[in-house]
Design a protein around this ligand. Structure first.
Ligand code: SAH
Ligand code: SF4
Ligand code: F3S
Length: 472
């Protein structure tokens, strides 16, 4: 019988893509995917270190597996990704029954490492030894270069896929662990990305999301020309089968006019821009080493509004960063009020060992203050989201249908032919409407009749039946 693989993924879209590649390589090695950890022969956790909470979740999941090998001594437990790179053999110390630790740059070695473990070679650990080890050469040997192995079952939906255009990060924001676990910033050749997009289109993908920690810093020189993100978007416009192209996450300083013009002019490019501000206080931005002032962020916002008026902008904020006062926080509130983001992801500062801010500044904002600021900012953002969704009522939007809605799944109705469906607009708004399962994966016009802060509610616009239908 085929070996059963269970995989759990936390963290960002990079990790979701990595898990897809790991699963594809293990299927090739004869594994089957299962959703039961209990019955699995191999359990893998693809981990995140961005906040303490993400790590705690994995360590407690590992804790629950303490006796997992009693019934099945051959069971293999592996920890992959950013926390594997950060904690390395500490994971063996905290959970001695773990068999495998693999960093984000070594994931392609997993099939071989699992074989070694099965052959009785004992625990295996493969991580980058220093940041330089994540060099272009090493990357070229890994999944992070072009790898034709993909697995549609691991995608958000069969017709939506991620494609990595950059790996790593060199920005070193003082609070952030990503540069030390994901290695140096490198852009992939445009030719590889375009080949991957064509392959994905061939597999039935209609939407591609380009990934990079600072995706708009993309730069790659090939054949005597410099490719920027805007050039890549122009080239992707010609990939037939692909109807929508998104890209995340943008770095405010690199939001150049050529990119905004590409978003305005290219019909397939989503009018959705995720450009995290992190704070509205210059004092905080400086301590975070974000590389811009709030005035520069505002200037960028007005360029976005002037060039692509229909664009939706979303942001991330960290509240309770080292030494953040009520005045600093008030400046963040002000920025949120005036920027009218579609939504904001708000995080309480979590000190990460090994980062600059952990070394330099005490984590001195009390937990209850962090919590209060988080809730306050979220309430302000949600009120704005709700207000800005109201003008959609009475309008028609084009939706890429993703599948049955959460509600339909919760009520066990997702297999019915007529079902509540969910999809997204070009500007990344979520739309819920009643439809037919065969409409999943299609682009449909939906008339919106209601809206709250997070969702538009609508009904499918019945297509016009032209005379040619009767001419048969
Ligand atoms: N590369 C992306 C984001 C990477 S992490 C960017 O630069 O925008 C995603 C989000 O997690 C960040 O935008 C930030 O808001 C948050 N984050 C990162 N490190 C954090 C920390 N130590 N504590 C709390 N939130 C953090
Ligand atoms: Fe982290 Fe800053 Fe790099 Fe984003 S840009 S991954 S926040 S260091
Ligand atoms: Fe987390 Fe690693 Fe992504 S730390 S946010 S999974 S790059």
């Amino acid at each position: 019988m085929a070996k059963q693989l269970y995989i759990e993924t936390v963290g960002c879209q990079m990790n979701m893509l990595d898990s897809e590649l790991v699963v594809a390589s293990l299927r090739k090695a004869g594994y089957e995917l299962t959703d039961s950890a209990k019955n699995a022969d191999t359990i893998l956790f693809n981990t995140c270190s961005v906040r303490q909470h993400a790590e705690d979740k994995i360590y407690s999941a590992l804790g629950r597996l303490k006796h997992a090998k009693t019934h099945n001594p051959g069971k293999i437990i592996g920890v992959l990704g950013c926390m594997a790179q950060k904690d390395q053999k500490l994971i063996f110390e905290r959970a001695p029954y773990v068999d495998l630790i693999v960093g984000p740059g070594q994931l392609h070695q997993i099939p071989e490492l699992l074989e070694k473990i099965a052959a009785g070679d004992g625990q295996q650990l493969e991580v980058s030894l220093d940041r330089k080890a994540g060099s272009r050469h090493e990357v070229e040997q890994s999944f992070e270069s072009y790898d034709p192995l993909r697995d549609p079952s691991m995608r958000p939906t069969p017709f939506q896929a991620f494609a990595r255009i950059m790996i790593g990060c060199d920005k070193f924001c003082t609070y952030c662990i990503v540069p030390s676990v994901r290695g140096p910033e490198q852009s992939r050749p445009a030719s590889q990305i375009l080949a991957e997009a064509r392959q994905l289109a061939g597999e039935g993908c209609r939407e591609i999301t380009l990934l990079g920690q600072t995706v708009n810093s993309y730069r790659h020189e090939a054949d005597g020309r410099m490719w920027r993100l805007s050039d890549l978007l122009v080239a992707l416009e010609d990939v037939s089968g692909i109807d929508r192209v998104k890209f995340v996450t943008n770095y405010p300083k690199d939001m150049t006019d050529d990119l905004l013009q590409a978003v305005r002019d290219l019909p397939k490019v989503s009018t959705y821009l995720h450009v995290p501000a992190q704070s509205g206080s210059n004092r905080m931005l400086k301590m975070m080493k974000r590389g811009y002032t709030v005035e520069e962020y505002r200037e960028m916002m007005s360029r976005i509004r002037a060039t692509v008026p229909e664009a939706t902008v979303t942001s991330d904020f960290i509240v309770g960063f080292c030494g953040e006062t009520d005045e600093d926080f008030a400046e963040t509130v002000e920025l949120v009020r005036e920027s009218r983001f579609k939504n904001s992801f708000i995080f309480k500062y979590s000190e990460r060992p090994g980062t600059k801010s952990a070394d330099l500044f005490p984590d001195d904002v009390p937990e209850d203050v962090k919590k209060r600021r988080n809730n306050q900012l979220l309430a302000i953002q949600n009120a704005i989201s709700e207000e800005d969704n109201q003008p959609f009522i009475g309008r028609q939007v084009e939706v890429l249908v993703e599948g049955p809605s959460k509600n339909a799944i919760k009520h066990g109705e997702d297999e019915r032919p007529v079902v509540q469906l969910v999809g997204r607009t070009m500007c990344d708004r979520i739309v819920v409407f009643d439809g037919n399962r065969r409409q999943i994966g299609q682009l449909l016009d939906v008339a919106v009749y209601d809206a709250n802060a997070f969702t538009l509610f609508g009904s499918v616009v019945t297509s016009h039946v032209g005379p040619e239908v009767y001419s048969l």
